[in-house]
Design a protein around this ligand. Structure first.
Ligand SMILES: [Ca+2]
Ligand SMILES: [Ca+2]
Length: 171
């Protein structure tokens, strides 16, 4: 009876050691890919957040721009470019041509940059109504249709960029 007990003990110790080694090997193989997967998921989640924030910044500026006159109310038809001293005085669409700020700001100048590293920029170009999204625009002030492109880029996370484009016509 005593002998039988000894044999059983040895068997248990050997099995425990093999199980421990096996478990260590399995974990050693399985953990690195899992850590990589979690890192990748976290990175994609951050990218989605930056895209949402970037889209919000772009939409807010686009809404501000399209609420303005097609041309300067005090200028001649076909006038183009910024006649005002600053954004708070912008009163027509093409006042925003070349506008850029980083971090993004509200109209009153207060910062919108809660996440860091964002830049907003605007391009306004005259285009033809027969080709509202050409690769090359028409001359400044030469047509009754303007293409507005607001671009938001960011360096946070893996970085990215989002653009919104619309057209406004002289009524
Ligand atoms: Ca103006
Ligand atoms: Ca103008």
């Amino acid at each position: 009876m005593n002998r039988s007990l000894r044999i059983t003990r040895r068997g248990c110790q050997g099995t425990t050691l093999i199980e421990a080694v096996t478990a260590i090997l399995v974990l050693g193989v399985a953990i690195p890919p899992l850590v990589g997967l979690f890192t990748e998921v976290a990175s994609h989640s951050a990218d989605a957040t930056y895209q949402t924030v970037g889209l919000g910044y772009a939409e807010a500026l686009m809404e501000e721009i399209v609420s303005k006159e097609f041309e300067d109310p005090d200028g001649a038809q076909g006038s183009f470019g910024t006649e005002e001293a600053g954004r708070s005085g912008y009163d027509d669409i093409d006042d925003y041509d070349g506008f850029s700020n980083s971090p993004p700001q509200r109209l009153d100048g207060t910062s919108l940059d809660d996440y860091g590293g964002f830049t907003r920029s605007v391009v306004v170009e005259n285009v033809l109504d027969t080709d509202p999204d050409p690769s090359s625009p028409e001359g400044d002030g030469s047509t009754a249709l303007k293409r507005i492109r607001v671009t938001v880029s960011w360096t946070s996370g893996r970085g990215g960029e989002i653009s919104l484009t619309t057209q406004r016509a002289r009524l």
